[in-house]
Design a protein around this ligand. Structure first.
Ligand code: MRU
Length: 363
């Protein structure tokens, strides 16, 4: 996707040195487009932990490159296994991260030490390229849903989304936003309600940035506005991304997603979840009780960072100093509240039979 006419992926290998890894620092968006260079395992782990990169598919791809960087430092088996664990532990909820590291280890373990670094870059590159292809296919499959809705309604289509599941959260295209970009590009009149997504404001900062750069009409709303808009017919469908889907169709996503699903259910608004198959955890059946939910720093709740009126960046406290704050970063929407899943192989019910019809190799 493009920023001011320049095409970007959200992670790429330096074309001159052939090994260092570049990312867009998402903690600086939308105020600045800062490109960071990751040269070590520690750089990659910090980028994931501090959310310089975030979004389930992207942290998987960056972790894969992080293991390649780690192998440049020590390609021995003991170090490789240790560094794989370190990377896996950087963020617990998005299963793409563990999936990517396991895939890297499966490719690297059988190899003699001198061959591991080159092979790691090849495998990480495949993971990144496959993510782009999967997200593009998600876009095409979701586009059909928006086309059908546009044909039925015969007017502007209003889509609500939560957090950021756009190209910044993947290697390119995005998951929830890919169908929206394709609908907009094909001439359908789409408008996006963007949940601000406190505490880190991925909606207000990242989704609004992406949509704005692509020229997609959008309006940022506070997280609590969605139910009201649905009651008044202002939302035709919800599309969100996800960090982990169980084999039974339960959906973990950014905190607040569950409340949007409840409101959508109460108002007969279709609630779709877009995901590449790398986000499915085939080992888990009960999302509410089995998916680990990341608890992040209370500082994310008690402070907010933005641009002051004089143009400088400022972090201010928004909670009394004596108050405690809690910060669960994700919640789980039970499958019964999900209209359907949009995957790279097509759309299906949020259920085990639905998923297995598209992915019979996991039966
Ligand atoms: O904490 P984040 O910003 O990494 O959370 C991201 C989300 O919840 C996204 O909706 C999800 O990863 C889908 S990404 C295509």
């Amino acid at each position: 996707m493009k920023i001011d006419g320049t095409p970007y992926r959200s992670v790429w290998v330096d074309s001159l040195d052939g090994w260092s890894v570049h990312i867009i620092d998402q903690t600086k968006l939308p105020w600045a487009v800062d490109i960071l260079r990751l040269a070590t395992l520690a750089d990659a782990a910090h980028a994931i932990r501090s959310m310089q990169v975030r979004g389930a598919p992207l942290i998987g791809a960056v972790a894969a490159y992080g293991l390649a960087l780690a192998l440049r430092e020590d390609a021995g088996t003991h170090a490789m296994e240790r560094d794989a664990v370190l990377l896996k532990e950087t963020r617990p909820t998005a299963v793409n991260l563990a999936w990517a590291i396991d895939r890297m280890l499966a490719a690297l373990r059988p190899l003699p030490q001198p061959e591991r670094v080159a092979a790691a870059y090849v495998e990480a590159g495949r993971i990144a390229d496959e993510d782009v292809a999967q997200c593009e296919a998600i876009g095409r499959n979701g586009l059909k849903l928006i086309q059908d809705l546009a044909a039925t309604k015969g007017r502007r289509i209003n889509i609500l989304t939560h957090c950021n599941a756009g190209w910044l959260a993947t290697v390119d295209w995005g998951t929830a936003l890919a169908p929206i970009y394709m609908a907009h590009d094909s001439g359908i009149d789409v408008h996006v309600w963007v949940d601000e997504t406190r505490p880190r404001n991925q909606g207000a900062f990242l989704t609004a940035f992406e949509l704005g750069k692509h020229g997609v009409p959008h309006t940022v709303i506070v997280d609590n506005a969605g139910g009201h808009l649905m009651q008044h017919g202002a939302v035709d469908m919800v599309i969100v991304g996800t960090d982990r889907v169980t084999r039974t169709g339960d959906v973990a996503n950014k905190i607040g997603t569950y409340l949007k699903a409840l409101a959508a259910h109460d108002n007969n608004v279709p609630f779709w979840v877009a995901l590449p198959s790398t986000t499915i955890d085939w080992t888990v059946r009960d999302g509410v009780n089995e998916i680990p939910i990341e608890e992040r720093s209370a500082t994310e709740v008690t402070t907010i960072t933005g641009r002051a009126l004089d143009g400088s960046l400022a972090t201010i406290r928004v909670v009394p100093t004596a108050s405690h704050a809690a910060n669960p970063a994700f919640d789980v929407t039970p499958a019964r509240l999900v209209t359907g899943l949009i995957t790279e192989r097509g759309c299906c019910d949020a259920s085990e039979p639905g998923l297995l019809a598209l992915f019979p190799e996991h039966a």
